[in-house]
Write a protein that binds this ligand. Structure first.
Ligand code: NAD
Ligand code: MG
Length: 353
């Protein structure tokens, strides 16, 4: 029996994970958390808000599914890696913000990270059993979000409601806005760099509107392995929780005769947050942390109606230009870098809005 701690149990990933755990006789939900919704009775150990490492300390999980949204998921990621328990990671923000610290913790703990993000679950499976030097390129696919094909002029008046209408995935509000700006793919680029140890020039992004191919890997012999499937997060959640068993799920196979496999280059001018993520990743240090922090501030302001859609990228760009980006030696320094970037973003919010 595998003891599962589910953090962020009330969210989009959390609810689908509950379904997967309930359907699998080898998985037992021992702990569950939410940010604010009451969840008494969902698991033997529950917690609403507060320090999630306390919940983990008292519930003794074998696997932690971190489905919290944002930087708030970081202590749980580091706690799990440090102790060598399995980390099923949906909370990409923690790996983006703390990449180097997380990798060091994983090295000390010796446990695996099983990605839940669909592209990274796909990439993990395509890369399994292949030496890194045989890989020429990892390609992450992006749906392009609700605003694919639009011009900047057309997006000046983009509303929250329009940004939340994602064409292929039903997700929480923060990641849905990130998908509309392509910041989500930016975060995923940095996530892939840390997860798979690939330099940024070996990770590409391509727009693929139907989200049928989740990722593909090119090898030096000219062959590519791709991962296809119906866009349904229960597949990567189940894979992460039951690896290496690959348990059955209720997800139907694709109708290949009806599938379209179209790809196009991302529009980096209309969606600058993808390019800004690549720059932040390449600069290293705490630039990825600052990118994430400024983006969290800007997305929250957009969702509250305090910031126009196109200004999300302006806020992140201007915040990135003011922080010092020096590497963080420990969690305390990282928390300071995160706070500095949040202040920088808040400071530019007013004039931009
Ligand atoms: P969501 O907003 O639906 O749910 C977030 C969960 O985190 C909720 O249970 C909420 O109560 C909890 N939470 C929020 N703030 C918290 C805080 N400060 N402290 C503790 N708990 C808090 O989000 P989601 O769409 O399920 O996404 C969760 C994570 O998974 C994100 O990092 C997202 O990028 C990633 N992800 C989601 C999807 C998807 O399909 N939804 C796909 C890939 C990756
Ligand atoms: Mg994804």
């Amino acid at each position: 029996m595998k003891r599962v701690a589910l953090l962020g149990a009330t969210g989009s990933i959390g609810r689908q994970a509950q379904e997967i755990v309930a359907a699998h006789p080898g998985l037992e939900l021992v702990a569950a958390s939410s940010g604010s919704t009451p969840i008494g009775g969902l698991a033997p150990h529950t917690q609403v808000g507060g320090d999630l490492t306390e919940l983990l300390e008292r519930s003794h999980p074998d696997v932690v599914l971190n489905a919290v949204v944002g930087f708030a998921g970081l202590p749980a990621t580091l706690w799990t890696l440090e102790r060598g328990f399995e980390l099923a990671l949906a909370n990409k923000e923690s790996l983006v913000a703390a990449g180097q610290l997380a990798l060091s913790a994983r090295e000390r703990g010796g446990g695996p990270i099983l990605p839940v993000d669909s592209e990274h679950s796909a990439a993990f499976q395509c890369l399994e059993g292949h030496e890194r030097e045989t890989v020429t390129k990892l390609v992450l696919t992006a749906s392009g979000g609700p605003f694919r094909g639009r011009t900047r002029a057309e997006l000046e008046q983009a509303t929250v409601e329009e940004a939340l209408a994602h064409p292929t995935w039903r997700m929480g509000p923060k990641i849905t806005v990130d998908s509309a700006t392509l910041a989500n793919k930016g975060l995923e680029l940095i996530e892939a760099h840390f997860l798979f140890g690939l330099d940024y020039d070996r990770v590409d992004v391509v727009v693929h509107p139907t989200s049928t191919v989740h990722a593909l890997v090119w090898f030096r012999d000219g062959a590519a392995l791709a991962h296809l499937g119906f866009p349904d997060m229960r597949v990567p959640i189940s894979y992460a929780l039951t690896h290496p068993e690959r348990a059955a799920t209720p997800v139907e196979p694709l109708d290949l005769a009806a599938a379209t496999l179209e790809f196009e280059a991302p529009d980096l001018d209309t969606f600058p947050l993808l390019g800004l993520a690549r720059e932040a990743g390449e600069r290293g240090g705490t630039y990825p942390c600052a990118y994430n922090a400024a983006n969290e501030v800007a997305v929250a302001a957009f969702l509250e109606g305090r910031l126009p859609f196109l200004a999300i990228a302006d806020v992140v760009e201007r915040a990135l230009s003011t922080v010092d980006g020096a590497p963080a030696a420990d969690l305390d320094e990282l928390v300071l870098a995160d706070a500095e970037a949040r202040r920088a973003a808040e400071a530019v919010l007013e004039p931009v809005a």
